[in-house]
Design a protein around this ligand. Structure first.
Ligand SMILES: [Cu+2]
Length: 191
């Protein structure tokens, strides 16, 4: 009968190779994690990519009854310093207004509220990309450098008409916006 020895058998010395390859994998995985964290830090600091704060709450069931997102306030308002605030309502299956007009080269704050379910929006060719959750105001700040036209589709499945839910963002020269006298009136492409 074979005697059971108290000492565990060490792997044969050829396994130095396995140890080296394991070490390589540890280095590879650690380097990948460091790289991913560096990308997150770099994009948030350098490009200003931030998750939406979503700390501002709103009653989504009464947007139309008055307040910030009532019909007359939807669209773009230009502040005395030339910056713009755009207010938009997202609802099944449209953005209101469905064409936003913004000044080129000026800070633009886009504020969205949903009247029903979760929507999302992305402005193609820019870093604007956020969700619009009922009960919260989504605020995104950006600057459109050059005049032009961007598509703004809803990218969060919101129902059977989702594929038809999109708007335009028209970037125009800042000088084409109304002067101080009528700056209080919100404008969209149609105005
Ligand atoms: Cu939608």
């Amino acid at each position: 009968m074979a005697e059971i020895s108290g000492t565990a058998k060490l792997p044969p010395s050829g396994d130095k190779h396995e140890e080296a390859s394991e070490r390589l994998w540890v280095i590879f995985v650690t380097a990948t994690m460091v790289l991913l964290i560096a990308v997150v830090v770099f994009t948030s600091v350098h490009y200003g990519f931030h998750p939406p704060s979503q700390v501002e709450t709103i009653d989504s069931t009464s947007l139309h009854k008055g307040g910030e997102f009532s019909e007359a306030n939807l669209g773009t308002v230009i502040a005395p310093d030339g910056s713009a605030v755009v207010r938009v309502v997202a609802q099944q299956y449209a953005f209101i207004p469905n064409c936003l007009v913004v000044p080129a080269g000026k800070p633009v704050t886009i504020r969205l509220a949903s009247a029903d379910v979760v929507h999302g929006f992305i402005v193609q060719g820019t870093n604007v990309n956020a969700m619009v959750v009922p009960g919260y105001v989504t605020t995104v700040r950006t600057t459109f450098q050059d005049p032009g036209e961007h598509l703004m589709p809803c990218h969060e499945f919101c129902g059977i008409g989702h594929q038809a839910m999109w708007a335009h963002v028209r970037v125009v020269e800042a000088s084409r916006f109304p002067t101080d006298a009528d700056k209080q009136k919100a404008v969209s492409c149609a105005s």
